[in-house]
Ligand binder design. Sequence first.
Ligand SMILES: C[S@@+](CC[C@H](N)C(=O)[O-])C[C@H]1O[C@@H](n2cnc3c(N)ncnc32)[C@H](O)[C@@H]1O
Length: 266
Amino acid sequence: MKETLSNIREHLQKEGFVYLCRWAYRRVRDKWYERRLGIDTHGFIQWDDLGEDPDSVDYEPIEYTYLNVILDRCNIQAEQDTFIDYGAGKGRPVIHAARRPFKKVIGVELSSDLCAVANQNVENAKSKLACQDVEIVNMDATRFQVPDDASVIFFYNPFTGHLLESVAERIRESLERAPRKLTIAYVYPHWKQSDFFADFDWLTKRDELPGDPLEKCKVSFYESVVDVFTSAREQQSAAATCTPLGGALPSGDIPVDPVPAEAATL
Ligand SMILES: C[S@@+](CC[C@H](N)C(=O)[O-])C[C@H]1O[C@@H](n2cnc3c(N)ncnc32)[C@H](O)[C@@H]1O
């Protein structure tokens, strides 16, 4: 209660009355969702409690209202799409996504404490979920191998720098193994970070949500460029069929020179 009152005072002083009303409305909506689902994902947990890497970001859940707008734009294909939330925290986006007809929903989270809370939340909400295949993976996101049927990937600013680079590489590797349509919804604080996925030739920007005044974030939606991966495959198989033996030589197999004619007659 004390915390809520000091938050209200801070927002009133900093941003004014209209902002305060919108902020309060969203807080009430958040509480309403949590109560309906029987879960508790609220709170702020500082990086010190989460790990050592300065590129990891603190735990703070996304607002339900904002999450709804994002999920609406992901063009979900019922019973076909697999959703991943990188940096799943206490499981809010995982559970909220699983209320839609995804085939599977996965949350990857570094902190084992947060994973325990997320698992409990999933258990509590299970009877209200459309998707029953929900998994919380307790792992550093950089070590998580992207399943080759993952099709919607969500980031609510979980990490930056080398962590994000290495996760992007894991995603690219998965697309190389299994070229397919994949959507990335990247939520980031535009006033301090750049649109990280903008420069990859295997992604194209499909859409953008302008900065949300309350979340102070922007959302960029990317889609995989399937041609990049299929044409690379075609080139590889064309190169393989052009080798003299109809394929690459296994390493260690050295072609034997033909026996010189004079030697053959001896
Ligand atoms: C801003 S919170 C987002 C939480 C959740 N996605 C949500 O919207 O409610 C970022 C989360 O990323 C997690 N995280 C940070 N670095 C991570 C890493 N290397 N691997 C997995 N999770 C990480 C943090 O523990 C934290 O829970």
